[in-house]
Design a protein around this ligand. Structure first.
Ligand code: NAD
Length: 507
């Protein structure tokens, strides 16, 4: 069980941290060639934490060159799988050693509560990397059923240079979801963190070198989307981009690929996820607990946030009362105070966007039954957890991804109507279903159009289950589980003729 420190101890760690503010390429920290920098801010205070390297096309190009050179030399790509595994496990041990520092770095830049960073983000990041490390020497290739006169070997090979383009909402976990399978498969990797949250990826790259991952294998190029992001998307030396972020930017990566080297593109994008509560749901206290967690976790800045609660009218009143009761558990404030479950919103832009959605919800006629306002705390970006009742399917807050602590409750007169509403979205990432009837559990879980459906809980599955979206929520592959390795591997058929009558003899 991960351990928590006190508020004062976390503040002391924050004061003493050395901040990684340069790109990490070929085993070294380096300033961007252009000299460009971008401010990295603490969203809980508005203070500048430091000036982060803002890499551009020339830095990306240098990183790709070095990544390719080491790939071709085979120092990692052809290392014995059991040795790759051991080095990745050593990285996990170093991250465990530095877990408090990693948790504080993550919290400072992202505004996430230290409670979450320490109890969820850091341990799950380590567990994810360890899981993929362990898979390295346990994945077999295949032989085709092609008879006795030939051997058809179906072998997996690393693609070469894999790029991971990350969002700001789970900087460490998204890093692990992608570099875990990419490194395990033997690739060289270029990571572009989101511009708001680059420091933990840089620290992990430094620890990877300490663990023994050869120079050039894991590179981190902090930078903005139009600069480093687009340069990655268009680079002819990159074989796959695994992206997590908005659907809008995801589409751009498909365009970049089409206009460059047809690199493989895997997209994990947005969501407008429903919690569907059927008329036969019985443990409504349990449901309310999960529903509130699903809406508010990470201040609702979560691609699987259950921002739509679709509930049968027979159970609605009791459910709403219990949801309001649960809300008392969710204190908002200083992210470094372990007593707080909600921290700051990532950026002024996102803060304004969320407040804009709350204003639109009020204007379009939904009823605020909790929250609904910004929280004044100096220059910190805090918003009250907000619950709207009487939301209808045509309202903006029922249709668009808000990415903030905002829940929309929609009442339906039949379970069938509830299912229809749940699927009435362009997204399909996650859905939660609450029912006490096993037949309904199976039928509705099948009928919900989402990559993950959790029943009587809010869940994304675990590291052993594939994660990704239907419709505009995803494209091209899955994160997590062994399926994630497929993103970073080519399939090669090696055909060996064993027959007596070779072509020469026939001629
Ligand atoms: P974003 O799309 O703005 O940015 C994601 C990444 O793309 C960042 O690294 C950014 O710098 C880069 N980028 C931005 N513009 C670019 C451009 N023109 N060219 C190349 N790269 C560019 O997303 P965000 O605001 O960081 O994250 C929020 C979004 O991510 C939400 O929509 C959320 O649902 C989604 N998300 C999805 C998942 C998932 O697994 N499906 C997980 C987390 C977040």
């Amino acid at each position: 069980m991960p351990t928590l420190l006190t508020h004062e101890e976390y503040q002391a760690i924050a004061r003493d941290l050395s901040l990684p503010l340069n790109a990490y390429i070929n085993g070294k920290f380096a300033a961007p060639k252009s000299g460009n920098r971008m401010d990295t801010l603490n969203p809980a205070t508005g203070e500048k934490i430091g000036e982060m390297a803002n890499c551009g096309a020339e830095d990306v190009d240098y990183a790709v060159t070095k990544a390719r050179e080491v790939f071709d030399r085979g120092e990692w790509s052809r290392m014995h799988p059991s040795e790759r595994k051991q080095i990745m496990i050593q990285l996990c041990k170093l991250m465990q050693r530095d877990r408090h520092q990693l948790a504080v770095l993550e919290s400072l830049e992202s505004g996430k509560p230290i409670l979450e960073c320490q109890m969820t983000d850091v341990p799950e990041t380590i567990a994810c990397l360890k899981w993929h490390a362990e898979a390295t020497d346990k994945l077999y290739d295949q032989i085709s059923p092609s008879g006795d006169d030939a051997i058809g070997m179906i072998v997996r090979e690393p693609v070469g240079v894999a790029a991971c383009v990350l969002p700001w909402n789970f900087p460490l976990m998204m890093l692990a979801w992608k570099i875990g399978p990419a490194l395990s498969a033997g690739n060289s990797v270029i990571v572009k963190p989101a511009e708001q949250t680059s420091m933990t990826a840089l620290r992990v790259a430094e620890l990877a070198a300490e663990a023994g991952i050869p120079d050039g294998v894991l590179n981190v190029v902090p930078g903005d989307g139009p600069g480093a992001g687009e340069a990655i998307g268009r680079h002819d030396g990159i074989q796959v981009v695994s992206f997590t972020g908005s659907t809008e930017v995801g589409r751009r990566f498909l365009e970049y690929s089409a206009q460059s080297n047809l690199k493989r593109v895997v997209l994990e994008c947005g969501g407008k996820n429903p919690a569907l509560v059927l008329s036969d749901a019985h443990n409504l206290e349990h449901a309310a607990k999960h529903i509130v967690y699903a809406a508010l976790w990470n201040m609702g800045q979560n691609c699987t946030a259950n921002s739509r609660v679709i509930v049968h009218r027979d159970v609605k009143q009791e459910l709403v009362e219990r949801i309001l009761g649960q809300l008392r558990e969710w204190r908002t404030g200083d992210p470094l105070d372990p007593a707080n479950r909600l921290g700051a919103i990532i950026s002024a832009e996102q803060y304004e966007k969320i407040l804009g959605y709350i204003a639109t919800g009020k204007k379009e006629g939904a009823t605020v039954i909790a929250g609904g306002n910004a929280i004044k705390a100096g220059d910190g970006l805090f918003i009250e957890p907000t619950i709207f009742d009487n939301v209808t399917s045509d309202m903006t807050i029922a249709r668009e991804e808000i990415f903030g602590p905002v829940m929309a409750i929609m009442e339906v007169s039949s379970d069938a109507k509830g299912l229809e509403l749940a699927n009435d979205t362009c997204y399909g990432l996650q859905a939660s279903l609450y029912t006490s009837n096993v037949k309904n559990a199976h039928r509705y879980a099948r009928a919900l159009q989402a990559g993950t459906v959790s029943v009587n809980c809010y869940a994304e599955g675990d590291i052993a289950t594939p994660f990704g979206g239907y419709k505009l929520s995803g494209f091209g592959g899955r994160d997590n589980s062994l399926q994630a390795h497929e993103q970073y591997c080519e399939t090669k058929t090696i055909w060996i003729d064993l027959s007596d009558d070779s072509i020469d003899e026939e001629i």
